[in-house]
Design a protein around this ligand. Structure first.
Ligand SMILES: NC(=O)C1=CN([C@@H]2O[C@H](COP(=O)(O)OP(=O)(O)OC[C@H]3O[C@@H](n4cnc5c(N)ncnc54)[C@H](OP(=O)(O)O)[C@@H]3O)[C@@H](O)[C@H]2O)C=CC1
Ligand SMILES: CC(=O)[C@@H](O)[C@H](O)COP(=O)(O)O
Ligand SMILES: [Mn+2]
Length: 388
C-alpha cells in the first residue's frame, strides 16, 4: 500500500526535494496534503495541481496568500492563519508527516503530528530543540524519524545495535563558508558571503546557521534528545567534503560511519519509507576513483556556537528554546544588516547569560512559547542597543 505523506513546508528546499522523491516513486508514496508559509503561492498552486491535492488539504500561514491559492485552485477555501499547519495535520489523514517548515514555529505542528499517531519525518530540528523533553514525552517509541542528514546517518549506524554499546556520537560539520577565518575576518563578512555554502544547497536560514556553526550547535542538542547520549559523549568534527554524514563510536573502539555524496534525497526518502531504503534515492560514493576525506577540530574560540549550546543543553529546561529563539532573532537582524556576523553568537551568549529563570523543565508547551518569546524580545533589544 502506498504511504500517504503530508508535507509541511512543501515549497522549501526540503519540501521540493521530498516532492521529487515522491514523484519518482509513485508506487510507494502519495502526497495527501501540502502546507507552506505563502511567500511562494504560485509554486504551491503548481504543486497542488501536479499532485491532485484538493483545497481542503492545503494550508497557508499567510491569509492573503491563502486567498490567492484558493482562487487559483477554484475549489473552496484552504486552511489559513498562524495555526494552519496544525489544522492541516489534524484534518488530513496521513501515514507520515514531513515537518519541513523553518523555525520554532514548527513546534505546534510537530506536537500535533505526534498526537495524530502519524510518523514524524523531522527536518524541522528547531521544534525538537525548542520543545525538548516535551516533544520526546509526546512521541511513541520510533515515531520520530530524523531527516537531518547527520541524525539520519547516526540512526543508520545504530541499526541493530544496543544503546549500551554506544560510546560517542560524532557529528560531522562542513565548517561552512568561513572555515579557517579569524575572528577579525568574520567582523566584515556579509549575508551574501554567508549564503554561499560550500557543499549543500539549502534554505537561507539553515545556510546562515551553518556559517555561524549554530546549525551544528542545534544538531548537538537534537542528537542528545533523539539518541539519549550525554553532551560530553557527543563530538563534532569538521569534515569539509560533507561525504561522511556522521559516525558512532562503540565501546569496543569500533567507529561506524555513514557515507554518501551530499544529497538530502537519501535521508528524506529513508524517513518517508522508514525502515526501508528507497533504491536510487541518491548516487553512491564511487570508490574506484581516488578521493580524500579529511577531519579537523572545530575552532571553538572563533565559532563559539557549539560550546554555548552544550552549556544551554546541560543547564536544561527551556534554555535550548531560548538559544534557538535568540538565534532566530539575531539571524533576522544580520540578514537586515543591523548587526555584524559575530554579534549573532554574541547575542545568543548574552541572552543565555540572563536566562536563568528558564532553566526549569517546562510543564506545558505554553511555557516553551513564553521562553521563546522572552528570548526574541531580549535579543531584539540587544540588536537595537548595539546596532552594527
Ligand atoms: N535544506 C536542507 O538541506 C536541510 C534543512 N533542514 C531543516 O529543514 C527545515 C526546512 O529547511 P529548508 O527547506 O532549507 O528551508 P526553506 O527556507 O527552503 O523552506 C522553508 C519552508 O517553510 C515554509 N514556511 C515559512 N514560514 C512558514 C509558516 N509560518 N508556516 C508554514 N510554513 C512556513 C516556507 O514556505 P514559503 O516560503 O512558501 O512561505 C517553506 O516552504 C529547517 O528546519 C532546516 O533546519 C535540515 C537539514 C537539511
Ligand atoms: C544537509 C544537512 O543536514 C545540513 O544540516 C548540513 O549539515 C549543513 O551543513 P553544515 O555541516 O555546514 O552545518
Ligand atoms: Mn544537518
Amino acid at each position: 500500500m502506498s504511504t500517504r505523506v503530508l508535507i509541511l513546508g512543501s515549497t522549501g528546499s526540503i519540501g521540493t526535494q521530498a516532492l521529487e522523491v515522491i514523484a519518482a516513486h509513485p508506487d510507494r508514496f502519495t502526497v495527501v496534503g501540502l502546507g507552506a508559509g505563502g511567500a511562494q503561492a504560485d509554486l504551491l498552486v503548481r504543486q497542488a495541481a501536479a499532485h491532485g491535492i484538493p483545497a481542503a488539504s492545503i494550508g497557508v500561514a499567510d491569509a492573503t496568500a491563502a486567498g490567492v491559492v484558493a482562487d487559483a485552485l477554484d475549489g473552496g477555501p484552504v486552511l489559513s492563519g498562524p495555526d494552519a499547519m496544525t489544522a492541516l495535520v489534524e484534518t488530513v489523514d496521513a501515514d507520515v508527516v514531513l515537518n519541513a517548515v523553518v523555525g520554532s514555529l514548527g513546534l505546534a505542528p510537530t506536537l500535533a503530528t505526534l498526537r495524530s499517531g502519524a510518523r514524524l519525518a523531522l527536518a524541522n530540528k528547531e521544534s525538537l530543540v525548542a520543545g525538548g523533553e516535551l516533544v520526546l514525552a509526546a512521541a511513541a517509541p520510533g515515531q520520530i524519524v530524523p531527516v537531518d542528514s547527520e541524525h539520519s546517518a547516526i540512526a543508520q549506524c545504530l541499526r541493530g545495535g544496543s544503546a549500551a554499546e554506544v560510546d560517542r556520537l560524532v557529528l560531522t560539520a562542513s565548517g561552512g563558508p568561513f572555515r579557517g577565518f579569524t575572528a577579525a575576518q568574520l567582523e566584515s563578512v556579509t549575508p551574501e558571503q554567508a549564503g554561499r555554502h560550500p557543499t549543500w544547497s539549502m534554505g537561507p536560514v539553515i545556510t546562515l546557521n551553518s556559517a555561524t556553526l549554530v546549525n551544528k550547535a542545534l544538531e548537538v542538542i537534537e542528537a542528545h534528545l533523539l539518541f539519549g547520549v550525554d553532551y560530553d559523549h557527543i563530538d563534532v568534527t569538521v569534515h569539509p567534503q560533507s561525504i561522511v554524514h556522521s559516525m558512532v563510536t562503540f565501546v569496543d573502539g569500533a567507529t561506524i560511519a555513514k557515507a554518501s555524496p551530499p544529497s538530502m534525497k537519501l535521508p528524506i526518502a529513508l524517513a518517508l519509507g522508514w525502515p526501508d531504503r528507497v533504491p536510487g534515492a541518491s548516487s553512491a560514493c564511487d570508490f574506484r576513483a581516488a578521493s580524500t576525506w579529511t577531519f579537523e577540530p572545530v575552532d571553538d574560540a572563533v565559532f563559539p556556537a557549539i560550546e554555548l549550546a552544550r552549556d544551554a543543553g546541560t543547564r536544561g529546561g527551556c534554555l535550548t528554546a531560548v538559544y534557538n529563539a535568540a538565534n532566530e532573532a539575531a539571524a533576522e537582524a544580520f540578514f537586515a544588516r543591523r548587526i555584524t556576523f559575530p554579534r549573532i553568537t554574541g547575542i545568543i551568549a548574552e541572552v543565555l547569560a540572563a536566562a536563568d529563570q528558564w532553566s526549569g523543565s517546562p510543564g506545558t508547551v505554553e511555557e516553551v512559547f513564553a521562553a521563546d518569546a522572552w528570548a526574541r524580545t531580549r535579543a531584539r533589544a540587544l540588536v537595537a542597543r548595539v546596532g552594527v
